[in-house]
Design a protein around this ligand. Structure first.
Ligand code: HEM
Length: 180
Protein backbone atom coordinates (compact mmCIF):
# COMPACT_ATOMS: atom_id res chain seq x y z
CA UNK A 1 0.00 0.00 0.00
CA UNK A 2 1.32 3.45 -0.77
CA UNK A 3 -0.21 6.84 -0.39
CA UNK A 4 -0.81 7.69 -4.05
CA UNK A 5 -3.36 10.47 -4.46
CA UNK A 6 -6.67 9.24 -5.85
CA UNK A 7 -6.05 10.64 -9.35
CA UNK A 8 -2.80 8.61 -9.63
CA UNK A 9 -4.73 5.50 -8.68
CA UNK A 10 -7.31 6.30 -11.37
CA UNK A 11 -4.51 6.75 -13.91
CA UNK A 12 -3.11 3.31 -13.02
CA UNK A 13 -6.53 1.65 -13.38
CA UNK A 14 -7.09 3.48 -16.64
CA UNK A 15 -3.78 2.21 -18.03
CA UNK A 16 -4.70 -1.39 -17.18
CA UNK A 17 -8.25 -1.28 -18.48
CA UNK A 18 -9.24 1.75 -20.44
CA UNK A 19 -12.78 3.08 -19.76
CA UNK A 20 -13.95 0.00 -17.87
CA UNK A 21 -13.92 1.06 -14.21
CA UNK A 22 -15.66 4.33 -13.35
CA UNK A 23 -14.21 6.92 -10.98
CA UNK A 24 -17.38 6.51 -8.88
CA UNK A 25 -16.57 2.81 -8.42
CA UNK A 26 -12.91 3.56 -7.66
CA UNK A 27 -13.95 6.05 -4.94
CA UNK A 28 -16.39 3.52 -3.47
CA UNK A 29 -13.78 0.75 -3.41
CA UNK A 30 -11.28 3.17 -1.83
CA UNK A 31 -13.82 3.94 0.95
CA UNK A 32 -14.36 0.22 1.50
CA UNK A 33 -10.62 -0.53 1.64
CA UNK A 34 -9.93 2.36 4.05
CA UNK A 35 -12.63 1.06 6.37
CA UNK A 36 -11.31 -2.50 6.19
CA UNK A 37 -7.69 -1.42 6.74
CA UNK A 38 -8.68 0.57 9.81
CA UNK A 39 -10.09 -2.58 11.40
CA UNK A 40 -13.76 -2.20 10.57
CA UNK A 41 -15.94 -4.80 8.89
CA UNK A 42 -15.39 -6.36 5.47
CA UNK A 43 -18.37 -6.09 3.11
CA UNK A 44 -19.19 -6.65 -0.54
CA UNK A 45 -19.30 -3.53 -2.69
CA UNK A 46 -21.83 -3.63 -5.53
CA UNK A 47 -20.10 -2.19 -8.62
CA UNK A 48 -21.14 -0.91 -12.04
CA UNK A 49 -21.54 2.79 -11.32
CA UNK A 50 -20.97 5.24 -14.14
CA UNK A 51 -19.72 8.81 -13.82
CA UNK A 52 -21.78 11.99 -14.14
CA UNK A 53 -21.34 13.85 -17.42
CA UNK A 54 -21.16 17.17 -15.55
CA UNK A 55 -18.18 17.61 -13.22
CA UNK A 56 -19.10 17.96 -9.57
CA UNK A 57 -19.06 21.58 -8.41
CA UNK A 58 -18.25 22.63 -4.86
CA UNK A 59 -21.78 24.05 -4.56
CA UNK A 60 -23.45 20.89 -5.77
CA UNK A 61 -21.36 18.80 -3.37
CA UNK A 62 -21.84 20.93 -0.26
CA UNK A 63 -25.58 21.20 -0.97
CA UNK A 64 -25.78 17.43 -0.45
CA UNK A 65 -23.62 17.27 2.70
CA UNK A 66 -24.88 18.21 6.16
CA UNK A 67 -22.72 20.93 7.74
CA UNK A 68 -20.84 20.58 11.06
CA UNK A 69 -22.97 23.49 12.35
CA UNK A 70 -26.21 21.52 12.04
CA UNK A 71 -27.92 19.91 15.03
CA UNK A 72 -28.69 16.19 15.15
CA UNK A 73 -32.36 16.85 14.33
CA UNK A 74 -31.43 19.04 11.33
CA UNK A 75 -29.08 16.32 10.02
CA UNK A 76 -31.78 13.67 10.52
CA UNK A 77 -34.27 15.81 8.57
CA UNK A 78 -31.80 16.54 5.73
CA UNK A 79 -30.82 12.90 5.27
CA UNK A 80 -34.41 11.63 5.64
CA UNK A 81 -34.98 13.34 2.27
CA UNK A 82 -32.50 10.82 0.85
CA UNK A 83 -34.31 7.95 2.63
CA UNK A 84 -31.79 7.54 5.42
CA UNK A 85 -33.47 6.67 8.71
CA UNK A 86 -32.13 7.62 12.17
CA UNK A 87 -30.25 4.30 12.50
CA UNK A 88 -28.51 4.88 9.14
CA UNK A 89 -27.48 8.41 10.17
CA UNK A 90 -26.18 7.43 13.61
CA UNK A 91 -24.30 4.49 12.12
CA UNK A 92 -22.63 6.58 9.41
CA UNK A 93 -21.76 9.25 11.98
CA UNK A 94 -20.09 6.48 14.01
CA UNK A 95 -17.49 6.27 11.22
CA UNK A 96 -15.87 9.37 12.74
CA UNK A 97 -13.83 7.34 15.19
CA UNK A 98 -11.42 7.66 12.23
CA UNK A 99 -10.68 11.05 10.69
CA UNK A 100 -10.31 14.57 12.01
CA UNK A 101 -12.57 17.31 13.26
CA UNK A 102 -11.47 20.87 12.60
CA UNK A 103 -11.57 23.38 15.46
CA UNK A 104 -13.50 25.86 13.31
CA UNK A 105 -16.37 23.37 13.14
CA UNK A 106 -17.10 23.35 16.85
CA UNK A 107 -15.20 26.02 18.86
CA UNK A 108 -18.25 28.29 18.84
CA UNK A 109 -20.02 25.59 20.87
CA UNK A 110 -17.30 25.71 23.53
CA UNK A 111 -16.26 29.40 23.73
CA UNK A 112 -16.95 31.89 25.10
CA UNK A 113 -19.79 29.99 26.77
CA UNK A 114 -20.27 26.22 26.36
CA UNK A 115 -23.44 25.36 24.50
CA UNK A 116 -25.90 24.27 27.23
CA UNK A 117 -27.20 21.51 24.92
CA UNK A 118 -23.78 19.86 25.12
CA UNK A 119 -23.31 17.20 27.77
CA UNK A 120 -20.58 17.99 30.31
CA UNK A 121 -18.93 14.70 29.48
CA UNK A 122 -17.65 15.52 25.97
CA UNK A 123 -17.42 11.85 25.04
CA UNK A 124 -21.20 11.73 25.01
CA UNK A 125 -21.81 15.28 23.89
CA UNK A 126 -23.06 15.24 20.36
CA UNK A 127 -25.48 12.39 20.01
CA UNK A 128 -26.95 12.70 23.47
CA UNK A 129 -28.60 16.00 22.70
CA UNK A 130 -31.19 14.24 20.57
CA UNK A 131 -33.47 11.58 22.10
CA UNK A 132 -33.95 9.73 18.79
CA UNK A 133 -30.24 9.20 18.31
CA UNK A 134 -29.46 8.60 22.01
CA UNK A 135 -31.08 5.15 22.15
CA UNK A 136 -29.39 4.07 18.90
CA UNK A 137 -25.97 5.25 20.15
CA UNK A 138 -26.52 3.35 23.42
CA UNK A 139 -27.45 0.15 21.61
CA UNK A 140 -24.28 0.40 19.49
CA UNK A 141 -22.12 1.18 22.54
CA UNK A 142 -23.35 -2.08 24.08
CA UNK A 143 -23.00 -4.23 20.98
CA UNK A 144 -20.14 -3.66 18.52
CA UNK A 145 -21.32 -6.44 16.18
CA UNK A 146 -24.70 -4.72 15.88
CA UNK A 147 -22.92 -1.48 14.95
CA UNK A 148 -20.81 -3.25 12.30
CA UNK A 149 -23.88 -4.98 10.85
CA UNK A 150 -25.80 -1.69 10.62
CA UNK A 151 -22.70 0.10 9.30
CA UNK A 152 -22.39 -2.26 6.34
CA UNK A 153 -26.08 -1.73 5.52
CA UNK A 154 -25.80 2.06 5.75
CA UNK A 155 -22.54 2.26 3.75
CA UNK A 156 -24.00 0.06 1.01
CA UNK A 157 -27.11 2.24 0.93
CA UNK A 158 -25.03 5.42 0.72
CA UNK A 159 -22.95 3.89 -2.07
CA UNK A 160 -26.12 3.52 -4.10
CA UNK A 161 -27.40 7.08 -3.81
CA UNK A 162 -28.21 8.69 -7.15
CA UNK A 163 -26.57 5.91 -9.14
CA UNK A 164 -25.91 6.12 -12.87
CA UNK A 165 -25.85 2.69 -14.53
CA UNK A 166 -26.41 1.12 -17.95
CA UNK A 167 -26.06 3.73 -20.66
CA UNK A 168 -26.40 6.77 -18.38
CA UNK A 169 -23.36 8.98 -17.79
CA UNK A 170 -19.94 7.79 -18.91
CA UNK A 171 -16.77 6.06 -17.71
CA UNK A 172 -14.33 8.90 -17.18
CA UNK A 173 -10.86 8.33 -18.57
CA UNK A 174 -9.39 10.71 -15.97
CA UNK A 175 -11.06 11.22 -12.64
CA UNK A 176 -9.97 14.87 -12.54
CA UNK A 177 -11.57 15.84 -15.86
CA UNK A 178 -14.51 15.10 -18.11
CA UNK A 179 -13.93 13.09 -21.26
CA UNK A 180 -13.38 15.42 -24.18
C1 HEM B 1 -24.25 10.86 8.33
C2 HEM B 1 -23.23 10.85 7.52
C3 HEM B 1 -22.03 11.77 7.70
C4 HEM B 1 -22.01 13.09 8.00
C5 HEM B 1 -23.20 14.02 8.24
C6 HEM B 1 -20.61 13.49 8.04
C7 HEM B 1 -20.16 14.77 8.30
C8 HEM B 1 -18.83 15.13 8.39
C9 HEM B 1 -18.36 16.46 8.64
C10 HEM B 1 -19.25 17.68 8.86
C11 HEM B 1 -17.01 16.42 8.67
C12 HEM B 1 -16.05 17.60 8.87
C13 HEM B 1 -15.65 17.71 10.30
C14 HEM B 1 -14.70 18.88 10.51
O1 HEM B 1 -14.08 19.35 9.55
O2 HEM B 1 -14.60 19.33 11.66
C15 HEM B 1 -16.60 15.05 8.43
C16 HEM B 1 -15.29 14.62 8.39
C17 HEM B 1 -14.91 13.32 8.10
N1 HEM B 1 -15.74 12.28 7.84
FE1 HEM B 1 -17.76 12.33 7.83
N2 HEM B 1 -19.83 12.39 7.78
C18 HEM B 1 -20.65 11.32 7.58
C19 HEM B 1 -20.27 10.03 7.30
C20 HEM B 1 -18.96 9.60 7.19
C21 HEM B 1 -18.57 8.24 6.84
C22 HEM B 1 -19.55 7.11 6.55
C23 HEM B 1 -17.20 8.21 6.84
C24 HEM B 1 -16.25 7.11 6.54
C25 HEM B 1 -16.60 5.86 6.26
C26 HEM B 1 -16.75 9.54 7.18
C27 HEM B 1 -15.42 9.90 7.30
C28 HEM B 1 -14.98 11.16 7.60
C29 HEM B 1 -13.57 11.51 7.70
C30 HEM B 1 -12.37 10.58 7.46
C31 HEM B 1 -13.52 12.87 8.04
C32 HEM B 1 -12.29 13.73 8.28
C33 HEM B 1 -11.88 14.43 7.01
C34 HEM B 1 -10.65 15.28 7.27
O3 HEM B 1 -9.69 14.79 7.82
O4 HEM B 1 -10.69 16.48 6.89
N3 HEM B 1 -17.84 10.36 7.37
N4 HEM B 1 -17.73 14.29 8.26
Amino acid sequence: MHSAPNHDLCDLVEKKCCRVVSCADIATIAAHDSIFLSGRPEYDVPLGRRDELASASVNETTKNLPSPAQSASQILAALAKKSFDATNVVTLSGAHTIGLGHCGSFTDRLYPTPDPAMEKSFARAYQYEDPTTRDIVTSFAKDLELFFERFVLAMTKMGQLGLLTGTKGEIQARCSARNS
